[in-house]
Ligand binder design. Structure first.
Ligand code: SAM
Length: 243
């Protein structure tokens, strides 16, 4: 997978060189390309923002540096005839990222991220972009960040860990929270007794079938207790599958 990250703070993405995503880059499972948005602004101050038309607080990102940066990304494609890259525009007004969307996006060959700053990007950029990209305005939750870079880091991590080969043990994905609409079961390690509290005895039994059944039950109980909203959806989905 190729990922292009465009920002006025491209160094924000240095965290993506650490840990498993850094390793995945070294193993060429994915390539990250960072771009400085100001390189596509040609006035004296390389400015990328201006006052809001119609008045009001804050500043708005100008569309032209964004369009030039995005055209630069398009020009770098090795196979320009392939399907257009997915352009993810982080915004609190977007579709909220879920594990299911992350699974879908992990199949893409080319993702481009356009995180905003200030009051966001001039709307005309969003109207222009679908001619060249598959555009996905996306949010990481119902709250407002200062800029989209931290949302990009969250999205890149959630998506790229699902690319085959990125995680050491792919089996760990199957039972994770949200993989099938439920939360994961509680996990334990050694010692078997810690500060007077024992791990559930069944986990020491060596009986894999019984352990799997206990874990499945725990997934139900935990989801019901901690996320009744997810549990309600799960019950509906289960009933629909039965009918
Ligand atoms: N004025 C905008 C509004 O009310 O919707 C908020 C702009 S915010 C201060 C600046 C940038 O942060 C946005 O353009 C977006 O890229 C990013 N951002 C803020 N909250 C976000 C969220 N919940 N999810 C994804 N991106 C977010």
């Amino acid at each position: 997978m190729r990922i292009d990250l465009i920002s006025i703070f491209p160094e924000f993405f240095d965290v993506l060189d650490l840990s498993l995503i850094g390793k995945a880059q070294r193993e060429e499972l994915l390539t990250l390309h960072r771009h400085q948005l100001r390189d596509f602004s040609f006035d004296k101050h390389r400015s990328v923002d201006d006052t809001p038309t119609g008045g009001g607080a804050g500043m708005v990102m100008k569309p032209e540096p964004w369009a030039l940066a995005l055209e630069h990304v398009l020009a770098q494609r090795e196979t320009p005839s392939a399907e257009p890259p997915v352009l993810i525009i982080p915004t609190p007004a977007g579709e909220v990222l879920t594990q299911r969307t992350a699974q879908q996006l992990a199949q893409a060959e080319h993702l481009v991220f356009a995180p905003g700053r200030f009051e966001g990007i001039d709307q005309r950029l969003m109207d222009w972009a679908p001619e060249h990209f598959q555009v996905r305005p996306m949010s990481i939750g119902d709250y407002v960040l200062n800029g989209g870079e931290s949302a990009v880091v969250v999205m890149v991590e959630a998506i790229t860990r699902l690319i085959p080969g990125v995680l050491g043990n792919p089996e760990s994905l199957a039972e994770e929270s949200h993989a099938d609409g439920l939360l994961e079961y509680p996990v334990y390690t050694k010692p078997a007794r810690w500060r007077g509290v024992d791990v559930p005895e069944i986990l020491l039994s060596g009986d894999h079938a019984k352990i799997a059944a206990w874990r499945a039950k725990q997934q139900d109980l935990r989801t019901r207790k901690l996320r009744p909203d997810l549990w309600a959806k799960h019950v509906v989905a289960r009933e629909q599958n039965l009918t």
